[in-house]
Design a protein around this ligand. Sequence first.
Ligand code: NAD
Ligand code: USQ
Length: 387
Amino acid sequence: MRIIVAGGDGFCGWPTALHLSARGHEVLIVDSLVRREWDRELGTDSLTDIAPIEDRVARWKEVSGREIGVAIGDLNDEEFVYRTLDGFRPEALVHYAEQRSAPYSMIDRSHAVFTQVNNVVGTLNLLFAIRELVPECHLIKLGTMGEYGTPNIDIEEGYITIEYKGRTDTLPYPKQPGSFYHLSKVHDSHNIMFACRTWGLRATDLNQGVVYNVETPETASDPVLTNRYDYDGVFGTALNRFIAQAASGNRITVYGRGGQTRGFIDIRDTVRCIELAALHPAEPGEMRVFNQFTEQWSVLQLGRLVERVARELGLKPELVHLENPRVEKESHYYNAANTRLRDLGLKPHLLTEETVERLLLIALENRDRIHPETFDPRVNWRRSRYR
Ligand code: NAD
Ligand code: USQ
C-alpha cells in the first residue's frame, strides 16, 4: 500500500513509518520539522539523542534495504499539500502532524491560536486535497481520548445511541475537552465527519490515549533510528515523564490528588493500531471512530508504580503532589470502551514492571541529557501565561 505518514519525524510518526516500511508498504514521511523548533523555543530537548530526518531514512535504507521518502513542508501550505498528494497518490494517509501539547496550547493567546490554526487548517487542507486528487484514499487521523473529557457515564467509541422523547438516534458522543489543544481535535473530528458525510470520503478517527514507552523493534535496531522521548513540563506526558524524573533524582510530580484517570497505550501498540486501521479501511462516506488505548490508569497509580520499580533499582524517588496547574477533575468516574481495535486483531502490550524498568534504564543511560529545570509545570490553565 502507498501510505503517507504526516508527522513522520515525531514520537509516534517515526516508529509508525518504520513499522509500515518493514512490512512492505511504500511510505512517504511528510513533516515540517516544526517540533524540533518548539524544543528550541522552549529550551527543551528529547531525552534520547535523535538524528536528523535525512540520517534516519538513510540508515533505515542501509539496515533494511527499504526506502522511505521524505517531503519537508507544512500542511498549512495548501500548494505543498496538493503537490505532495498529487505526486505520491496515497491509498492511505496517516495524519499525526499537529501541535499535540495541551500545556503548549495554554501558554497564552498566540499559542492557543497557533495550535488551532495549525491543526484545524492542516486537516482541512488534507480533506480538500484528498477530495480533489485521491478521493478513495483512507484518512487515518489521530484524535485523542481527551476529546471526551471525563463524563459521569461510560465513554463509547465516537457515537452514542440516545433515546429521547420516544425517538432514538445514534449521534456523535458529547465532547468536553480540557485544553485548546484537545479542542482542536474536536474541531477536526467535526470537519472530518462533515467531509465524509458530504463528499463520501473515508476516514478513521483514532482517539488515542496517552502514549508511553519509546522503543519499537525497528527504532531499537540502530542508534541512528532512535525515537524521540519527551519529558519536560510542556511536551512530556505522564508515565515517560515520571520515569525521567525518578531516574534523574527529581521529584515525581503528581498534579493535585492524582485521581485523574486516562487511557494509556504502549508505542508498540500505537504502530500496530495504525497498521490494522490501514489494512481494514473505512467505507466511503464513513467516519469510523476507534478508541486507541489498552488500559486505564490514574496518574497517582502510575507515579506509585514508577516509585516502586525505581526503588528496586536502588534509586531514591520522591513522589509529590503539586498544586494542579490544570483545570480538571481529580477524582471521577471513568470507563471507556476500547473493543474495536481488539476486534481487528490488536494484542495489547499491557504495562508491566519490566517495561518500567527498561524505561528507567534508558533514562539512566541518557541522564546527562536531562535538564531538570524543564521538569516543573510552567503553564497554568488559570493564568494562561508562561512563567
Ligand atoms: P510529535 O510532536 O512528536 O509529532 C508531531 C509531528 O508533526 C512533528 O514531527 C511535527 O514537526 C509535525 N507537525 C506538526 N505540525 C505540522 C504541520 N502543520 N505540518 C507538517 N508537520 C507538522 O507528536 P506525537 O506525540 O508523535 O503525536 C502525534 C499525533 O498523535 C498528534 O496528532 C497527537 O495529537 C496524537 N496523540 C499523541 C499522543 C501522545 O501521547 N504522544 C496521544 C494521543 C494522541
Ligand atoms: N499529569 C500529572 N503530572 C505530570 C504530568 C501530567 O499529574 O507531571 C497529569 C495531568 O494533569 C493529566 C494527566 O496527567 O491529568 C495526563 O497529562 P499528560 O500531560 O500526560 O497528557 P495530556 O495533556 O492529556 O496529553 C497527552 C498528549 C496529547 C494526547 C493526550 C491523550 O500530549 O497529545 O492527545 O495525551 S489523552 O490524555 O487521552 O487526551
